[in-house]
Write a protein of this length. Structure first.
Length: 381
């Protein structure tokens, strides 16, 4: 690679590419054989031999066997010469493509690459011209694409077109979803079974009454039996995501949840919100649930309603009995087969704007948090 005075890449110091025809010329000269005579010996036309000698045609495997009978070298010798030549040409072309790819797309992924490398998902490299080609290739491998155009202006950007937020980096969001897809490949599931998932919702909800260290592995197992892969992912800067749903195949769906210093009530609401998408909505879109949502789509509103009804269908029935708020929350949670944290979170969300004191009253139930650093990335069955 060479650089101009402005330190921009202006060309490539390419290796010499030697066509196997040049080697054939040496064999002809050493043996005192003309091209016409060689053509007669191996049963090819003079034109065919001339095109090989002049680098216009390849030495095919069939021709390699014929040449091996004239010259004291194996067919593999000629095949390897041709393969090395073809590979070198392809490598030079790939280097040119990589240069163009780096110049056109990589700069947009600077923040995303930093977030991924900071968490150990990509090698740590400083953002310098010297490292840009390596950074580009690392990103291509991470996203499993030949070109970052797929993320910048293709399928993935199209999937997130409706999420126009000032604090959102679309490339980081794509990376967050990709983390889930990578982990999902390691998880075996049964074929998706809508009815079985519906039947298991009460059992899934009841798990919230356990410690999160215990219920998270059980969640992964129950959902895998229904064709749902549950992946827990870290928070990433400029991707303020609580959860996402993405169909990997017609019979396998991925649910990703933010599990980075996460309140349990929010974790459970996000889980049932995503399951609402799984059970109620189509398989073509990627559904994303953000930290602080503005105007919501109809699908997001429906997923919220699904989560609310399944976790606590009648929150308006909550009453403080005998002036004991804590005991009332615990008793109400027990009647609804959910964690007191879920009840406290729901009350805080609905009453907070009117009754500021609700925060201090509910805070004892909202101290427990799920920490991504204490979890294995992904939940396998």
């Amino acid at each position: 690679m060479i650089q101009g005075r402005d330190n921009k890449i202006v060309g490539w110091d390419s290796p010499k590419v030697t066509h196997p025809g040049e080697h054939l010329i040496d064999f002809l000269e050493d043996g005192g054989i003309s091209q016409t005579e060689l053509a007669e010996r191996i049963g090819l036309s003079k034109k065919a031999v001339n095109e090989i000698v002049n680098g216009k045609s390849p030495i095919t495997q069939n021709t390699a066997f014929r040449l091996s009978k004239v010259f004291s070298v194996s067919p593999e010798f000629w095949v390897n010469l041709q393969n090395n030549y073809d590979f070198t040409l392809a490598r030079v072309e790939e280097e040119k493509r990589l240069q163009q790819e780096t110049e056109e797309y990589t700069h947009a992924f600077k923040e995303t690459y930093h977030e991924l490398s900071k968490r150990g998902f990509l090698p740590t490299l400083t953002w310098t011209k010297k490292n840009l080609s390596d950074i580009t290739q690392n990103l291509q491998r991470f996203f499993a694409v030949d070109s970052l155009a797929y993320i910048s202006g293709g399928t993935m950007k199209f999937a997130f077109r409706k999420y126009n937020r000032s604090n959102l980096n679309h490339y980081t969001l794509a990376a967050w979803v990709q983390l889930g897809k990578i982990q999902a490949k390691l998880v075996e599931t049964s074929p998706f079974d809508r009815e079985k998932l519906k039947e298991l919702l009460p059992a899934i909800k009841l798990l919230s009454c356990k410690k999160w260290q215990d219920y998270i592995p059980e969640l992964g197992t129950l959902l895998a039996e229904c064709g749902v892969v549950l992946v827990l992912a870290p928070h990433m800067k400029c991707a303020p995501v609580q959860g996402a749903t993405h169909w990997l195949e017609s019979d396998k769906v991925l649910v990703i949840l933010n599990a980075d210093n996460q309140y349990e009530d929010r974790f459970w609401f996000s889980l049932f919100h995503e399951l609402g998408h799984v059970l109620q909505h189509g398989k073509k879109d990627v559904y994303v649930d953000f930290d602080k949502d503005g105007a919501k789509t109809e699908e997001e509103e429906e997923a919220d309603t699904f989560a609310q009804k399944w976790l606590i269908p009648d929150i308006q029935e909550f009453k403080v009995e005998q002036g004991d708020v804590a005991a009332s929350v615990t008793a109400f949670a027990k009647r609804n087969n959910v964690s007191p944290a879920i009840v406290a979170g729901r009350l805080t969300h609905e009453l907070g704007p009117k009754y500021k004191s609700i925060y201090s009253l509910m805070s004892p139930f909202l101290k427990e948090r799920i920490f991504y650093s204490n979890l294995t990335f992904g939940v396998s069955s």
